[in-house]
Design a binder for this molecule. Structure first.
Ligand code: ASP
Length: 455
């Protein structure tokens, strides 16, 4: 007897490919965008599970609103005892127009009436916002001829509002095991009492990743409105090159420093399961996009970088004390002050008699004078200097590891342009080199580094 391959096995010989495709709000903003999504899904039979966002802003409509924002507005109106008819009317119109333009056989009116009544009865912002993806999921499922599977059946939060990953993953796997093709609305799940809870904004990415892990997908495609990640911010570097392949770890470094096309938490489920994430462009489906893979992938070019990212909002607190090197507990006391003030730090470069703290401004807000005073009392330094307006720039690349001369090249590039480096820190994985410069030198620094490594 011939055995049929298990759809959910990932063995090399038996598995039938499974792709999970998540489409963002701009990919589903109107009927024309829905048609593009339909063409993409139908172009590849392996795209069996689709996660969706709510309709985003339409490019053709000036000052358009995202449906999610309008739904939050409805909940806010109810809280303030203001009628929601106008705002909800706009939401209903958007959906009904999409359905009419697509000519799908679907009567959304009863759903819309029910949702409006629940919002008016005080169902709250999470319920209201979640209906954006819920309704979009119903339309997309009808258009594709896929089964609609509600996220509320399989994505669970615990009583504290944390995702219950274990129960969620087990339920997704079981629920979808016998569903050949499905659309799953993004962004939300349920609390133990059955109430709807959403992820943070942009959270449909997380739903897509959870589904990808649940069905043991071969790839998690994240379809958006850009052709993947770029090596640098296009507002700073003209026409930066796209990043074809990036590892999860590099992505984390770049995203933390501000370069992101994907919700932070979306990486985790995919990474756990070793599923590559492919960022692709719904408006340019031929573009290569960016593939996010595990570290183990071989590096094509040693000595090259993957990307540059940075943030401008840091303060440096520089301490100096003669014989600091010999003093026991100096560092501990400094860090204790930060801890008791609930402040996390980014970097702590030291030399023999100096120690600097690099801290994001958001962490320090309103706390600086108190922190300085406490450090003074706890550590009795000879001097404390504060340098506001610092920028950190991370040059990231798995191809940089074990390659001599990378730091020299980077520092040389900055020196040639007359930029003073205030701090330099190489991660122990040799995956990144972070430099601190004055915020006013941010753009020229990024351009100098890009020129040195890429052009
Ligand atoms: N629609 C939600 C938002 O605007 C979630 C998402 O699109 O991922 O944040």
């Amino acid at each position: 007897m011939m055995r049929l391959p298990s759809l959910h096995s990932r063995g090399t010989h038996t598995s039938v490919g499974i792709k999970v495709a998540k489409f963002g709000g701009s990919s589903l903003a109107d009927a024309a965008q829905f048609r593009k999504v339909q063409a993409i899904v139908q172009a590849d039979p392996e795209r069996r599970y689709v996660a969706c966002s709510a309709p985003g802003k339409r490019t053709a409509v000036q000052d358009d609103s995202k449906i999610t924002d309008l739904l939050y507005l409805c909940a806010e109106h109810v809280r303030l005892d203001v009628p929601v008819d106008d705002v909800f009317g706009r939401i209903a119109d958007r959906y009904l127009t999409i359905v009419a333009d697509l000519r799908v056989q679907l009567d959304l009116e009863p759903q819309l009436t029910h949702i409006k009544a629940k919002i008016e009865a005080g169902a709250g912002p999470d319920y209201a916002a979640s209906r954006g993806e819920y309704l979009n999921g119903i339309i997309l499922a009808a258009l594709l001829g896929y089964q609609f599977v509600d996220a509320a059946e399989m994505i669970f939060f615990d009583a504290t509002g944390q995702l219950d990953a274990e129960r969620t993953q087990a339920t997704v796997a079981a629920r979808l095991a016998n569903v050949d093709r499905a659309v799953i609305p993004g962004f939300y799940g349920v609390l133990p009492d059955g109430a709807i809870k959403t992820f943070s904004r942009g959270g449909s990415d997380i739903t897509g990743a959870i589904v990808a892990r649940g069905v043991a997908a071969d790839v998690y495609e994240n379809w958006t409105d850009v052709s993947g990640m770029l090596m640098a911010d296009p507002r700073v570097v003209t026409n930066p090159r796209p990043i074809d392949v990036v590892s999860y770890r590099e992505l984390r470094e770049l995203a933390y420093m501000g370069a992101s096309v994907l919700h932070d938490e979306a990486v985790f489920p995919a990474r756990q399961a070793g599923i590559p994430i492919h960022i692709r462009n719904t408006n340019d489906s031929e573009a290569t996009g960016t593939l996010i893979v595990a570290e183990s992938q071989p590096v094509a070019h040693k000595g090259t970088i993957t990307g540059i990212a940075g943030r401008k909002d840091f303060t440096v607190i520089a301490l100096e004390k003669a014989m600091m090197n010999a003093e026991r507990g100096f560092g501990r006391r400094v860090l204790e002050v930060l801890e008791t003030n609930d402040i996390s730090f980014e970097h702590m470069p030291t030399s023999i008699d100096t120690l600097s703290l690099v801290i994001a401004d958001s962490q320090l807000e309103g706390k600086l004078p108190k922190v300085l005073e406490e450090i003074r009392l706890a550590c009795r330094p000879d001097s404390i200097d504060v340098y506001p307006n610092m920028a950190l720039i991370a040059t990231v690349g798995r191809g940089m590891a074990y390659t001599p001369g990378m730091a020299a090249k980077l520092c040389g590039a900055l020196a040639r342009d007359g930029i003073n480096i205030r701090m330099i820190d190489q991660g122990s994985s040799e995956l990144n080199i972070i430099v601190g410069v004055e915020a006013s030198n941010f753009d020229p620094s990024v351009r100098a580094i890009y020129r040195a490594f890429v052009e």
